[in-house]
Design a protein around this ligand. Structure first.
Ligand code: DQA
Length: 146
């Protein structure tokens, strides 16, 4: 059985309401449901956590250290600022894929840099909710080849 932690960072609890032109109209619950269905089809177990707090995200990464095979994370704005989140992922040494609903490189300059990208297997950005789907499949393929 493959176990994957899905982490959603700050403000993603407001998906569906939040800037729908940028992030789409699907709610976080819709995305989670979709991921659960996809995971079940691949015999993958998910643990899904959303938090607006950097420390909760870091504690969760520490907690799943022995359980998870990999991490799928949309770090929200922490993508661009959080060395602590980066260090947590590096510390647990779990294969991680970074996802973004929007194409961060087509937006404001501060979104062009990810402090996490270098310690991730790769990044999926700009495909709306499908960034999660394709990020999940990319992570799974990576884990199967590891
Ligand atoms: C985001 C992009 C980030 O720049 C932003 O702060 C978010 C969402 C995305 O999914 O496109 O909160 O991670």
């Amino acid at each position: 059985m493959t176990n994957i932690l899905v982490l959603h960072g700050p403000n993603l609890n407001l998906l569906g309401l939040r800037e729908p032109d940028v992030y789409g109209r699907m709610t976080l619950e819709d995305i989670n449901q979709h991921l659960q269905t996809l995971a079940a089809a691949h015999s993958v177990k998910l643990r899904i956590v959303q938090s607006n707090h950097e420390g909760v995200l870091i504690d969760t990464i520490h907690e799943v250290r022995a359980w998870a095979n990999g991490i799928l994370i949309n770090p929200g704005a922490f993508t661009h600022t959080s060395y602590a989140l980066r260090d947590a992922i590096a510390a647990v040494d779990l294969a991680t894929v970074e996802v973004h609903l929007s194409n961060v490189y087509a937006r404001e300059a501060f979104r062009h840099h990810s402090v996490l990208a270098a310690i991730c297997v790769g990044q999926m950005s700009g495909f709306g909710w499908r960034s999660y789907e394709w990020g999940f499949l990319a992570l799974l393929a990576h884990l199967q080849e590891e």
